[in-house]
Design a protein around this ligand. Structure first.
Ligand code: PFF
Length: 439
């Protein structure tokens, strides 16, 4: 059985809603509000929701539950949990550890853009290229890292938990106001028809299934070890299945609502919804510049993006920091400093790759390539490693006892069989199709 706690001091524990809010904060981010609508736009509108919901249910929620269960059961972050499962497997935990630091680095670049755009919504928008070629993105990139670091370095409750208690209500409110505004625009019908009418013919394209799976992973923060780390602070009295359904449900709802905001807005102003990642930074600012009360709604939209991004970043930093604290017994402050410095250095080429310096990797801007590698390709690999290791090597009775603790719903033994055989096959097919689609 895994030991109950690391070191001599008792491990920090979330308070009742602290965990749910922080985990929703991790899940809800740029992936939901920025990426989801344009991925839907590029993949046949409403039809995309079908593979998305199927992936969400078949391996999204199960893997989320597994990460929380492993975290709580082994009372440690990802390297520690692997080490306690089997000392020889300790190094497997380094994969999600490295991934989370790299994702932190480039995600903060984009979060920095949204921060600058909050400012622009008041001062007037700078053209995207002029902006990315200026020193401003570097400033907002470092500011984002500094802000996240200053929250995480404080202890769990006074830092991440308290920040999310403020950030999540702001996010919810901004989302609702934007939704009401979008649904009262004149072009709402065209937007909704586009969003919700499934063009079922696209379902035969394997690419759409791969996109959906990747989107589920990224959106739920699966495979990065952050859910596992958050689970390690979870009290025994919480029901993991119930919490996971709540968290995943909130994540899905926010992504869905983001679509109900973006498409009516884009259609009302006669723009093309299939405009890729530039949707938020080129198309929407053009619309906000002409819309009634545009600076208010522009500010609100970019605040929404920044708040979502920041709460996700907090979980990435915690994933890195907890590993260093658990494994090398560093003080939390020093560990936070190291993680932030690493991200600032690793993120520099990403931050400069849109600045006209032509910093590329595998023929694409550096930021896009590290996103492809660390945010998409490696995720099913790392999720499979976690899934296979813990479903096969952790005694099924212990796994089931942990996940069913204080839960009204009791998973049967078949759940372990599902994790052992079905999920790895699904993940392998996803990865193989992703790679095949790239060739
Ligand atoms: N789930 C976040 C989003 O949808 O934007 C992104 C994310 C958070 C990825 C935490 C990885 C992570 F560890």
């Amino acid at each position: 059985m895994p030991p109950e706690s690391t070191g001599s001091t008792k491990r920090a524990e979330w308070s009742r809603y602290g965990f749910i809010l922080a985990a929703i904060g991790s899940a809800v981010g740029l992936g939901n509000i920025w990426r989801f609508p344009y991925v839907v736009g590029e993949n046949g509108g409403g039809a995309f929701l079908i593979p998305y919901i199927i992936s969400f249910l078949c391996f999204g929620i199960p893997l989320m539950i597994l990460e929380f269960t492993v975290g709580r059961g082994f009372r440690g972050s990802v390297v520690t949990a692997f080490g306690r499962l089997h000392p020889r497997l300790r190094h497997l935990g380094l994969l999600p550890f490295v991934m989370v630091i790299v994702v932190f680095s480039y995600y903060s670049v984009i979060a920095g853009w949204t921060l600058a755009y909050v400012l622009f919504s008041v001062t007037g928008y700078m053209d995207f290229e002029t902006f990315t070629s200026s020193p401003l993105p570097l400033v907002t990139f470092f500011a984002t890292i500094l802000l996240a670091g200053s929250v995480v370095k404080v202890d769990l409750k006074a830092g991440i938990e308290r920040a999310n208690r403020y950030l999540m209500p702001v996010l919810g409110l901004a989302l609702l106001v934007m939704l009401v505004q979008a649904l009262t625009l004149p072009g709402v019908q065209a937007g909704l028809t586009y969003y919700l009418t499934p063009d079922l013919s696209v379902l035969s394209d394997p690419g759409i299934w791969v996109q959906a799976a990747g989107q589920v992973f990224f959106s739920l923060s699966i495979g990065f070890g952050v859910l596992l780390t958050y689970g390690s602070y979870l009290s025994d009295t919480e029901s993991i299945p119930r919490s996971a359904v709540l968290i995943a449900g909130a994540d899905f709802l926010v992504a869905l609502i983001a679509g109900f905001i973006i498409f009516p807005v884009v259609f009302s102003f006669g723009f093309d919804p299939v405009s890729g990642p530039q949707l938020a930074f080129i198309t929407l600012p053009e619309i906000f510049s002409t819309m009634a009360f545009g600076s208010f709604f522009g500010a609100l939209f970019f605040i929404l993006l920044f708040v979502g991004a920041l709460s996700s970043i907090l979980s990435m930093v915690e994933g890195g920091v907890a590993t260093i604290v658990d494994e090398w017994a560093w003080p939390r402050e020093k560990a936070t400093l190291l993680v932030c410095i690493l991200a600032a250095i690793i993120g520099l080429p990403s931050a400069l790759s849109y600045a006209g310096f032509d910093i590329t990797l595998f023929g694409a801007p550096f930021l896009d390539s590290v996103d492809l590698l660390f945010g998409i390709l490696l995720v099913p690999v790392s999720a499979s490693v976690i899934c296979i290791a813990f479903s096969w090597l952790w005694k099924p009775e212990s796994l089931l006892a942990e996940v069913n603790k204080n839960s009204r719903f009791k998973f049967p033994r078949a759940a372990v069989t599902y994790l052992r055989y079905v999920v790895p096959v699904l993940l392998f097919v996803t990865l193989a199709s992703t790679v095949a689609g790239m060739l």
